[in-house]
Design a protein around this ligand. Sequence first.
Ligand code: PEP
Ligand code: MN
Length: 260
Amino acid sequence: MIDIKINDELSLNKENFMVIAGPCSVEDREQIVGVAKSLKKIGVNVLRGGAYKPRTCPDSFQGLGEEGLKLLVKAREETGMAIITEVMDTETLPLVEEYADIIQIGSRNSQNFSLLKAVSKYDKPIVLKRGFGNTIGELISATKYLSMNGNNKIILVERGIRTFETTTRFTLDVSAVPVLHEKTEYPVIIDPSHPAGVNRYVEPLAMAGTAAGSDGLMIEVHPEPENALSDSAQQLTIPQFQDLYKKVKMIAQINNKNVI
Ligand code: PEP
Ligand code: MN
C-alpha cells in the first residue's frame, strides 16, 4: 500500500487507520469549531465538513460555499486537525484546493471525468468515493483519471451502493475492502453514515468495515443531529461517536493497525 502524507504529523499507510469525522455540512462557526474541539479531544485528527453540498433537491441547504471553507480553516487553526471537504465542480476546484488538506470527490461525481482530470492537475491527497451505481472496476478506472499526471495520493471510500434493499439508505459493500486491497495499492476507508441513513446502524457498519480490514473510517458527527441542515437522521452525537470510537479502536488493533 502506498504511503500518503496528509500533513507534517499524519500519514496514511498500511500501519495506520485514519479516522475522519465531522458534520455532513459546515453550518456556522460555533458548530464546526465546537465539534472539531470535541473530536480532537477524543483523538480524531481529520475533520470533515461540506461547504458545497450535492443535494438531491435544489431547495435543500446547498452549503455555505467559500464561507464554509473559511470556517473549516478556523477549526484547523484552533485544533491543528487536517481538513477535508468536497469539491463539486471544476469552477470551485481552485478555491477548495486552496483551503483543504484533502480534496473529497463525492459519490455523485465519481465518474465526472472532466472533474477528475481537473483534480489530477493538483498534488493534494484525494478522497474518491465510490459512485453508488458503480462497480469496483469502474471505481478503479476512475482512479486512473486522478493519477494521470502522477498524483497517486488517492484514498478510496466505500460508502454504500444502490441495491433492491430499501430498509437502509444504501447497501454497504463490505467486500469492497478486501477486493480493492487485492486490486489496488490505495488505502480503502469505510463511510458507514451514508449507507446507514439512520444513526443506530452507523456503529455496526463501522465495526464491520473495520473488521474487514479497512484503513480508516469517515463518520458524520454533529453537536445536535436533530437540528442538522443536512443528513440529520444519520449523524451521530458526540457521545455516540465516542462510544463507537472506543470499539473501533479495539477492532483496528486486531488488524495490527494504529489509529491516527
Ligand atoms: C458526504 O460525504 O457528505 C456525501 C455527500 O457523501 P456521498 O458523496 O458519499 O453521498
Ligand atoms: Mn452527508
